[in-house]
Write a protein that binds this ligand. Structure first.
Ligand SMILES: *Cc1c(COP(=O)(O)O)cnc(C)c1O
Ligand code: SF4
Length: 346
């Protein structure tokens, strides 16, 4: 069996094991994981054992997830934008194909916290194929973003099947894979996998690193293999309280990503998702960080700071023009000129 499959099988997801391994309250951990699954791969366990709080906070269940908040489960209205269960189609030219519902670890701040890792929300391969059939019937879609869950939790044979079917759709001219695997299970980036991905060019891969401590030797090696196979890399980070909401952390992260040939692409303002309020950072603070970064790092290291507009109106790059007013409610202008309100963090 491939090392990465063993790694997934050996990962800890039972509340009792997690609580014992990380000194958590067993009852509370059981209660949290009943609503929101957790999973720690052996790689991540080694990392978390020596890691400081910013890494533990991202992956270990926290009682704050259960504290009452008025945040919605699906702020981006993805259900409304799903013509079939495996597709989110918000922009005319590009669609998300949700190819898997599992991840190698469950980030506690996940936007799709309502569904990822839950058995009853799993998609069948038939539903993924229905998603590809939908895309094939929409000539305006020219880019498919293969997402999830994490698509790289699928076996190579299934990934190949998905990529081949998408490649056969004439109007789909660009593929993108969105994955957190290089940061949390770098063993998955095998020579066989990169050889497979290299056959479907142009294929971009977006990674998800949030903190410089995630850029271990193994993670760097995974990025190197992908680059060398001709897969361009871009990174999406989420701005997270107590993880990366300070200048030294972000400037180190973005600069080191560039050194790994990964171009910082997006810095996401947290989506206001139920159970994730303890990670939220006020927009004013994010804007200050971006201004400070601009003076500190290479222009190549600057991501776009974006809010995914509530209600499924799309991503808005936060620039002075897009912000109509700040305060408890941030009033924004979308790319198409509509006005939308974002509930700010306090
Ligand atoms: C983020 C996103 C995309 C891709 O947007 P880009 O700005 O091209 O990276 C496409 N569809 C959905 C639903 C998204 O959330
Ligand atoms: S890897 Fe991505 S989809 Fe999976 S839990 Fe983390 S943020 Fe959510």
């Amino acid at each position: 069996m491939d090392a990465w499959k063993q790694e997934l099988q050996a990962s800890e997801s039972a509340a009792a094991e997690l609580a014992a391994a990380f000194g958590l309250d067993p009852e509370q951990t059981a209660e949290i994981t009943e609503s929101y699954p957790a999973r720690i791969t052996p790689y991540l366990r080694r990392l978390l054992t020596t890691a400081a709080e910013p890494l533990r906070r991202q992956f270990l269940p926290d009682g704050a997830e259960l504290s009452p908040d008025s945040l919605p489960e699906d702020p981006l209205d993805e259900k409304r934008l799903a013509p079939v269960p495996a597709v989110v189609h918000r922009y005319p030219s590009r669609a998300l194909l949700l190819a898997a519902n599992s991840c190698a670890a469950y980030c506690r701040f996940c936007t799709r916290k309502r569904q990822v890792g839950k058995r009853d929300k799993n998609l069948t391969f038939g539903e993924v194929l229905d998603g590809i059939a939908y895309i094939a019937g929409q000539p305006e879609i020219n880019e498919v973003i293969i997402s999830g869950g994490d698509p790289l939790t699928l076996a190579d044979s299934l990934l190949k099947e998905i990529l081949q079917r998408l490649q056969q759709v004439e109007h789909v001219t660009l593929l993108r894979i969105a994955t957190r695997i290089p940061a949390i299970m770098p063993e998955r980036i095998t020579p066989q996998l990169v050889e497979l991905l290299g056959r479907f060019q142009p294929l971009y891969l977006t990674t998800h690193f949030n903190h410089p401590d995630e850029l271990t030797d193994e993670a760097r090696h995974a990025c190197q293999l992908l680059s060398e196979a001709g897969v361009p890399l871009a990174n999406q980070s989420v701005l997270l309280k107590g993880v990366n909401d300070d200048l030294p952390t972000l400037s180190t992260l973005f600069t080191q990503l560039l050194h790994c040939r990964v171009r910082p692409y997006y810095l996401h303002q947290m989506d206001p998702v139920h159970g994730t309020g303890h990670f939220r950072v006020p927009v004013e603070h994010g804007l200050r960080l971006m201004a400070d970064l601009r003076r500190t790092v290479s222009g190549l290291a600057m991501p776009h700071y974006v809010i995914d507009a509530p209600g499924g109106l799309g991503k808005i790059a936060l620039t002075p023009d897009s912000i109509l007013s700040l305060g408890p409610i941030v009033r924004l202008r979308t790319a198409t000129g509509q006005t939308v309100d974002y509930p700010n963090a306090q």
